[in-house]
Design a protein around this ligand. Structure first.
Ligand SMILES: Nc1ncnc2c1ncn2[C@@H]1O[C@H](COP(=O)(O)OP(=O)(O)OP(=O)(O)O)[C@@H](O)[C@H]1O
Length: 234
């Protein structure tokens, strides 16, 4: 793609270099770079409209950058076909968004089991694994309830359980606490980071809140589509 791109930093699981993405005249990404190691939690910060979500969507293979390289496990995403990228998203990546996006017609345990069911796991096995994750996120008592019957904080913990149920190597979290009060936001972040660390999953955490970013190992600031690594002591 871009002849000036560099090799990804040693040991990185997911890395991007020289990313550009424009929406018409708007430059959403203008040379952004990124890298994350297995088990690392990286906060992507920056003002509204600076390109954070666009960066996350490029890294996750949801949108294709206009130029630049993204490598996952040593392979370039752009070299994969659509089907292979979708399979990668289903098997290696997990997602949590600002609003849980749970399926309202399904119970909470069915929601958490859904990614496993889509991968062909039998219902009983999928729901057993789902319940284990719900227990870790302290929402197993809500298994039989539908999303409309639980609180925002509980629903978000159900969404975190769903994002981790397939054992992803990278968890993408886009403002996961954005709709919660500070108490529930803190609890979601504690449980999310604990669960991710216990499985050595890397977490790409988009947030504009410093208290949420405080759960990360490292911060990257995106401004006008450019990213800057803030070397922060652990
Ligand atoms: N689908 C789209 N069509 C047109 N413009 C877009 C689209 N998505 C993003 N943009 C523009 O690209 C720029 C970067 O948007 P992006 O959503 O990545 O920023 P952000 O930092 O995540 O913002 P926020 O914190 O408000 O969510 C913004 O100017 C935005 O208006």
């Amino acid at each position: 793609m871009n002849s000036t791109t560099r090799t990804p930093p040693a040991g990185s699981l997911l890395a991007a270099d020289g990313l550009h993405k424009a929406y018409g005249p708007t430059k959403a990404l203008d040379g952004a770079e990124f890298s994350i190691h297995p088990g690392e939690v990286v906060a992507v910060m920056g003002p509204s409209g600076s390109g954070k979500s666009t960066l996350l969507h490029c890294l996750a293979g949801i949108i294709t950058p206009d130029s630049g390289t993204i490598t996952y496990g040593g392979r370039e995403l752009s070299a994969m076909g659509d089907a292979e990228r979708s399979a990668l998203r289903r098997s290696e990546f997990g997602f949590v968004f600002q609003f849980g996006r749970l399926v309202p017609e399904l119970t909470c345990v069915e929601n958490v089991a859904l990614p496993l069911r889509l991968n062909g796991t039998r219902r009983k096995d999928a729901e057993r694994t789902a319940l284990e994750w719900m227990r870790r996120l302290e929402v197993d008592e809500l298994a039989a309830k539908r999303p409309g019957e639980v609180s925002g904080g509980q629903g978000q913990r159900v969404a975190v359980a769903r994002s981790l149920v397939t054992g992803p190597r990278v968890l993408f979290a886009d403002e996961p606490t954005g709709a919660l009060d500070s108490f529930n936001g803190e609890r979601v972040m504690q449980l999310l980071t604990e669960a991710a660390r216990s499985t050595n999953a890397a977490v790409v955490l988009v947030t504009h809140e410093a208290r949420v970013a405080a759960y990360s190992d490292r911060e990257i600031v995106v401004r006008d589509g450019k990213s800057r690594d803030m070397e922060r002591a652990l």
